[in-house]
Design a protein around this ligand. Structure first.
Ligand code: MF3
Ligand code: CO
Ligand code: CO
Length: 265
């Protein structure tokens, strides 16, 4: 299937829904506490999304039972909110996807609960930087493979690994559409980026090896095969005349994730 190029009007709507997702993620950051359950994160995301007149896209998506993905420690992605209690030292990725007036916006971040271990900081900061390095490759005429190459080179230089089994994706009137955006690969390969393409970049970085397992019972929860910690950040990005626009850019820093270095120093 071909990659749909979005019109200026489509992008305007994507900007609106993407900002909603970004603001819901900011709210999660404000509310996160040691002792909170992932189910409580689900309630925050669900209620804030509905309050906006929008719909939480994960809910009932291919049978997913909740309104947000919450992925703790060795959970790579697609964690299902439940009675799990967040404890001091945990890291949790919260992945918000909002649907509003026919368009989707998708963004996630990893948060620190209490004081992180050295590995938790290492993997979380590497995933954040990996996303930034991927975004820096996005411009008209560049190749999709340039994104993956930049991410893989950096993450492996840090002695960590990039998950292969899950990729970024085109987004718009569908939650997931072409192209696939790999977080590993070779420069100069893949489709050329064109003005109007909108896709996510969402690298999952593991402290150990890249292989993953999927929980055979719930068919969703993805964990690292070696049990090592994993972190992820995600933005929805449009290719523009001047490079790119990060549609899920946050209007302020994310509590318990950004600007926390001083607290841990
Ligand atoms: N938000 C995820 C992504 O970044 C997809 C979650 S699918 C769900 O693509 F069903 F688990 F919500
Ligand atoms: Co996504
Ligand atoms: Co997502």
């Amino acid at each position: 299937m071909a990659i749909e190029l979005k019109s200026a009007k489509d992008i305007e709507q994507l900007r609106v829904v993407s900002l909603m997702a970004a603001e819901t993620l900011l709210l999660v950051g404000e509310k996160l506490r040691v002792g909170m359950t992932t189910e409580e994160i689900n309630t925050i995301v669900h209620e804030d999304t509905i309050r906006r007149g929008a719909y939480p896209a994960p809910l009932n998506y291919r049978g997913f039972p909740k309104s947000v993905c919450t992925s703790v420690n060795d959970v790579v992605c697609h964690g299902i909110p439940d009675a799990t209690v967040l404890k001091d030292g945990d890291i949790v990725n919260v992945d918000v996807t909002t649907f509003y007036k026919g368009f989707y916006g998708d963004t996630s971040a990893t948060f620190y609960i209490g004081t992180p271990s050295a590995d938790a900081r290492k993997v979380t900061e590497a995933a954040r930087k990996a996303l930034d390095l991927g975004i820096a490759e996005v411009k008209e005429g560049a190749r999709l493979g340039d994104i993956g190459a930049a991410i893989q080179e950096y993450v492996e230089s840090q002695g960590m690994s990039v998950v292969r089994d899950f990729v970024g994706h085109g987004i718009g009137r569908k939650f997931h559409e072409p192209p696939q955006v790999k977080h590993y690969g070779k420069r100069g390969t893949g489709e050329r980026m064109k003005v109007g393409m909108v896709f996510t970049i969402e690298p999952m970085v593991n402290v150990g090896e890249w292989e993953i397992d999927v929980d055979p019972a719930d068919k969703w929860t993805v964990t690292t095969a070696d049990g090592s910690l994993s972190a992820q950040f995600e933005h929805t990005i449009a290719v523009t005349k001047n490079g790119c626009e990060v549609l899920t850019q946050r209007p302020k820093p994310l509590r318990l994730s950004e600007n926390v270095t001083a607290v841990f120093a």
